[in-house]
Design a protein around this ligand. Structure first.
Ligand code: FES
Length: 146
């Protein structure tokens, strides 16, 4: 669909709708800056740059990213990789990683991504929320002591 950019004097926000998993942390967490009914839906003047940056770092898919333009620290992209399987959903990846094809073409470089594990995504390897319609059920975790 679209990659968009929203900018104030303090922060530039990047939005990639192709990889959004629509969990709504942004508009539930900071409705002053993220309003899915408004156009544009990102208001970079609606909250402080610190608040917007902190909220964007909660975005599990990496569809929202930012660049600070005011000298404030950028998002830490050098963190060790962590992978969190979501119940009946994607793998949330955070940290310093690269998603690439076998030829080494980079699709996404950290710090956040939601990777499909249901096999239904039409935007593989990224989750496109098809798991919901497919009623994907993740296997229960094996007990740790077995
Ligand atoms: S896990 Fe979301 S589309 Fe596969």
């Amino acid at each position: 669909m679209a990659k968009r950019t929203y900018e104030s004097a303090s922060i530039r926000v990047f939005w990639d709708s192709d990889i959004c998993v629509h969990v709504g942390l942004c508009f539930n967490g900071l409705p002053e800056a993220f309003d899915r009914e408004a156009r544009p839906w990102v208001d970079v003047d609606g909250a402080s740059a610190d608040a917007i940056a902190a909220q964007i770092e909660q975005c599990p898919s990496g569809a929202l990213r930012y660049e600070r333009l005011d000298g404030a620290p950028q998002e830490d992209t050098a963190r060790p990789v962590s992978i969190m399987p979501m119940t009946n959903g994607p793998l949330y990846v955070r940290g310093s990683f690269t998603v690439a094809d076998r030829k080494g073409n980079e699709w996404q470089v950290g710090p956040r991504a939601a990777l499909c594990r249901c096999g239904r995504s039409e935007n593989a390897p990224f989750c496109d929320t098809s798991h919901r319609e497919a009623k994907f059920r993740s296997a229960p975790r094996a007990p740790v002591d077995e």
